[in-house]
Write a protein that binds this ligand. Structure first.
Ligand SMILES: NC(=O)c1ccc[n+]([C@@H]2O[C@H](COP(=O)([O-])OP(=O)(O)OC[C@H]3O[C@@H](n4cnc5c(N)ncnc54)[C@H](OP(=O)(O)O)[C@@H]3O)[C@@H](O)[C@H]2O)c1
Length: 290
């Protein structure tokens, strides 16, 4: 399924840390659009269940932005929060009623008429795939969600859900980066490539840890050398490394600073050759390829 999302996606998980007014968030959204990023990643739970309302307030302040955006949201995690007093313990809920109610809340909070993509945030050990299929069917028929996917699913978990669905799952949003390489080897990215589902990479800079990588580690040294050869920052190399993967990984960026987003967009012009890609992988893993 062709989601037609920008190759880089803007993540809004940290919106509560940015200290921005609605106009400030609108400025950031506008800057992303000008840089060619038209897809925004939200979730019901981000910022203590406030992220979607903060995003909606920015769009209310600048409504002309609204038709230019594509929205992803997620559901399925239930946090203990003042915003959800009925939750006694952190748990997962992928029951039909929870999914439908969560989407209705996402639409009301953001002011959107529909979500372009809804993801089940994490695999739920009590997942009843038939129930999720019913919820997805109802949301698709009502026009509230255009496409469906998952997040943090291993191949067998995605297969289970897919077995009950008529339409293909469009995406799996996973942790993958130079600081987290598991999905290259556990079948997750192979499955995305086989199904032509969109892998979306969360924390593509390791949640900021890449910036703190010491210069005298194997990874620090390769980043410095390639950075000099290619005229790139270590963050740009990390994004270029993800973009080089044949499953067409879509990195989900997490900075709240327009200038940093602009620099990361520049990573699209860096073409790592096969050996440079493997140098980074080996340095990231701390061992040679077998
Ligand atoms: N599906 C899931 O389970 C899941 C889990 C986690 C995240 N996500 C999604 O993934 C998105 C991205 O995750 P993330 O925020 O951890 O991404 P990230 O890009 O790995 O980390 C962003 C963090 O790195 C910091 N940073 C430090 N130096 C930077 C530089 N030179 N350039 C850019 N950033 C730099 C940023 O700070 P500044 O803001 O100060 O620049 C920010 O705090 C989230 O917003 C969310 O949408 C999904």
């Amino acid at each position: 399924m062709d989601l037609n999302f920008s190759r880089l996606i803007m993540g809004m998980w940290r919106i509560g840390d940015w200290g921005l007014s609605p106009a400030g968030v609108a400025d950031l959204i506008e800057a992303c659009l000008e840089l060619g990023i038209d897809t925004f990643d939200l979730a019901d739970i981000y910022t203590g269940y406030q992220c979607e309302a903060m995003f909606g307030a920015a769009l209310a302040a600048r409504p002309a932005l609204r038709p230019r955006l594509k929205l992803i949201s997620k559901c399925g995690i239930a946090l203990v929060s003042a915003a959800r007093p009925a939750h006694r313990v952190k748990h997962y809920n992928t029951g039909r009623a929870h999914i439908v109610a969560s989407v209705e809340h996402s639409l009301a909070a953001t002011g959107a008429e529909r979500l372009d993509l809804l993801l089940i945030h994490r695999p739920d050990p009590l997942m009843d795939a038939d129930e999720i299929a019913e919820a997805f069917g109802a949301l698709q028929r009502s026009g509230k969600v255009a496409a469906f996917g998952v997040s943090n699913f291993l191949p067998h978990q995605l297969d289970l859900l897919q077995s009950r669905l008529e339409s293909p799952l469009a995406a799996n949003q996973i942790e993958v980066s130079l600081l987290h390489t598991t999905s290259l080897f556990d079948g997750t990215l192979d499955q995305c490539q086989r199904l032509r589902a969109m892998p979306q990479a969360w924390s593509p800079l390791g949640g900021g840890r890449l910036a703190a990588e010491p210069v005298d580690t194997p990874l620090g040294r390769v980043l410095a050398r390639l950075g000099e050869e290619l005229g790139a920052t270590r963050e740009q190399l990390a994004i270029a490394w993800l973009l080089r993967h044949p499953a067409r990984i879509h990195p989900v960026l997490g900075s709240g600073k327009a200038e940093r987003i602009r620099q990361l967009v520049e990573a699209r012009r860096i073409e790592l050759d096969r050996q440079q890609w493997f140098e980074l992988l080996e340095a990231a893993m701390g061992r040679e390829m077998p």
